[in-house]
Design a binder for this molecule. Sequence first.
Ligand code: NJP
Length: 243
Amino acid sequence: KDKVIIVTGASSGIGEAAAKKLASNGAKLVLMARSEDKLKDLKEAIEKEGGEAMVATGDVTKSKDFEAAVKSAVKEYGKVNALINNAGLMPLSYIEKLKTDEWEQMVDVNIKGVLNGVAAVLPEMKKEKGGHIINISSMAAHRYFPGGAVYCATKSAVKMFSEGLRQELAPKYGINVTSIEPGAVATNLTDTITDEDIKEQMQGMLEMETLESDDIADAIFYALTQPARVNINDVYIVPSEQK
Ligand code: NJP
């Protein structure tokens, strides 16, 4: 209750579901993504339900955008208690196709975006003498799947970075850190795939019953609502039907 929480990638999928869930439980939400119109609609939807939210349009790959989001959060709500580093991209392809621009995008958003977020919120969390950072990693941190070499590498980086972050920040500053590793969730994530073969394979995979964004929002809520002494390190969630 009354926690100020920044959610990146709040304009769709898991981020949107998490923002709604947290707002309906009394948190003040700072909604970050590039699609301003979608964020405005979400803010309106949250307020209609009696919740509080503000829009902080920005690109997580730009440290200045993140700093601006934190600054406006502090101006509006006075503090930052939690950051959900959720923004991510998954343009899968086989390495031999050398889609190097897409590799770079994934490294920038999935890894650098997380680092920018941590750098932007850390001073505020230190002031608050505590906080919580949740990084959305993936099942891809546990195993390779076709066309996923770079994506899996970025998500492994996020998982390992989360553990280092926890060991450095939790004992010293009371900042807990959680890595959430979902299997297939029904969202727009596959829209960024430009490789037609991979797209077809993914469609086949998604014929199984996938997780809903709300399932991941529930896991985020669970991790955030533990007593300060409890750090939920990893949450690995897959659809029951996923092999
Ligand atoms: O995907 P989607 P998800 N700066 O496409 C934002 C991970 N995950 O909810 O900027 C700021 O609906 C984009 O917003 P916009 C996955 O890797 C998923 O599934 O307006 N924001 C949108 O809100 C990712 O880390 C599955 O275009 C940027 C959001 O990211 C997280 O879950 C499985 C941005 C993407 O929403 C959420 O993805 C898994 C930027 N530069 C892990 N670039 C799954 N769905 O199956 C993108 O293991 N965004």
